[in-house]
Design a protein around this ligand. Structure first.
Ligand code: FAD
Length: 409
């Protein structure tokens, strides 16, 4: 029986295994992964951006963990010889109405300790001639970079294996008996655990409910589709270029990502999906879940929760080539339809829906009891934040164990 059982070998499960092994070298740790290897879902299908931390509400977990996470993730790349593109990010208004939001983001960047500079029209043109600003002004965030998620996952998995952590692939948790501290795997094996940590990404809410926690939450998957700029487009875009985010929805909008392999990605979208692994076509659609998701989305649309109607309208259009191209051209006027090729990459953002309040939550949510802890809604920037996030989780577990020992004593 392992002392610690981690469910999910995405970046969070792996970073946690590493941190726990460092703190408790004698502990036996098993990571269960239902796929044939680590990082087959969000962690291996993301943009790989090391976010600076400018968007998140001051004091939130995301604001506290992202900036430090970006520094540590960049160091990890360098220490392990993994490609990192320190390209910096431009944030530019695509409509005059974006001006006050850009100011709000400038102020938030300063509160969150993120380096940010103002650009006027001339400075923007010199830095990135391919983009435009609807107001003449833009922001420059020099510390945002692009990493290589696949290589990070591989080196991290190798490192934790060497340290003695057991990584079980093809090991899907099917049922939980929380009272007996046991889980049943899909292939029939039963395992006990001392403490369980649920880092199951798109499935984390269902697993938490099996442990009797997180009953008010349900994950809603949003599909992130990308396009690529064709190599023969003869347009060079070395920077990350983003529109100004609507802070009510925390959706980044279609942006550029100059990947470390030289490709230029455009996207991702954030359109509702009808299954937790509904990546393409009808594969992965789950009819019962789809009905539940349609009901939750309908509730948000009806009440226009935090600007959701506008987001649904905007993102829905981007599912189609023409709508997507419009969003791209708002940032990059020289890009034409023939410059775009569909990208193989597609990911799903697991946004956490609070059924009591009828809203999508913006921060990471952690639920725990004496024998288990659950990470819910680990959306962006969880990849960037993974290392300090893992320390935060360990501290929470240690503090709750000390507190419960104190109560018992
Ligand atoms: C399109 C897209 C772009 C993004 N871009 C960025 C970005 O640029 N920067 C950034 O910081 N973040 C980004 N993110 C967010 C980031 O990728 C995620 O926040 C992060 O990868 C979450 O990691 P995770 O370990 O929680 O989840 P996952 O990577 O989904 O890992 C969960 C694991 O649990 C396993 N699992 C699930 N159920 C079970 C079960 N029953 N039994 C056993 N195993 C199970 C899954 O197979 C999976 O491997 C992006 C996300 C998406 C979708």
């Amino acid at each position: 029986m392992p002392d610690i059982l981690i469910i999910g070998a995405g970046i969070i499960g792996l970073a946690l295994a590493r941190e726990l092994k460092r703190r408790q070298p004698a502990a036996s740790i098993v990571v269960l992964e239902k796929e044939t290897g680590p990082g087959r879902h969000s962690s291996g299908r993301n943009s790989g951006v090391l976010h600076s931390g400018l968007y998140y509400a001051p004091g939130s977990l995301k604001a506290r963990l992202c900036r430090q996470g970006a520094l540590e993730m960049a160091d990890w790349h360098e220490q392990h010889g993994i490609a990192l593109n320190r390209c910096g990010k431009i944030l530019t208004p695509t409509a005059p109405e974006d001006a006050p939001r850009m100011e709000a983001l400038y102020a938030r960047a300063q509160t969150n300790g993120v380096r940010v500079e103002r650009l006027d029209a001339q400075a923007l043109k010199e830095l990135e001639p391919e983009t435009r600003s609807a107001t003449g002004a833009a922001l420059w965030i020099p510390d945002t970079a692009v990493g290589t998620p696949a290589d990070v996952l591989k080196t991290l998995a190798d490192e934790i294996r060497k340290s003695g952590v057991e990584l079980w692939n093809n090991a899907e948790l099917a049922r939980v008996d929380a009272k007996k501290c046991q889980v049943l795997l899909k292939h029939g094996e039963r395992i006990g655990f001392g403490y369980a940590i649920n880092a199951a990404g798109l499935h984390a809410d269902r697993i938490a409910r099996q442990f009797g926690l997180g009953q008010r939450y349900a994950l809603l998957p949003f599909k992130g589709l990308y396009w690529k700029l064709k190599a023969d487009a003869d347009i060079r875009i070395p920077h990350l270029i983003y529109p100004v985010m609507d802070l009510r929805t925390l959706t980044l909008g279609i942006h550029t990502t100059p990947a470390t392999d030289g490709a230029l990605y455009l996207g991702p979208t954030a359109v509702p999906a009808f299954g937790r692994e509904h990546y393409r076509g009808l594969r992965g659609v789950q009819p019962v879940e789809a009905l539940r998701m349609a009901r939750d989305l309908g509730q948000m649309f009806l009440h226009d929760s935090e600007g959701y109607r506008q987001q649904a309208w905007q993102e829905g259009r981007r599912y189609f080539r023409r709508g997507f191209l419009e969003a791209v051209q708002a940032l990059l006027p020289n890009v034409r339809a023939e410059h775009l090729a569909p990208a193989a990459k597609v990911g799903l953002h697991p946004r956490l829906f609070d059924r009591l309040r009828g809203v999508l939550l913006k921060d990471f949510v952690i639920e725990q009891d004496a024998r288990s802890l659950h990470i819910l809604g680990a959306t962006s920037p969880a990849w960037t934040s993974a290392f300090p996030f893992a320390r935060h989780i360990c501290e929470r577990i240690e503090n709750s164990t000390v507190a419960s020992r104190g109560q018992a004593g």
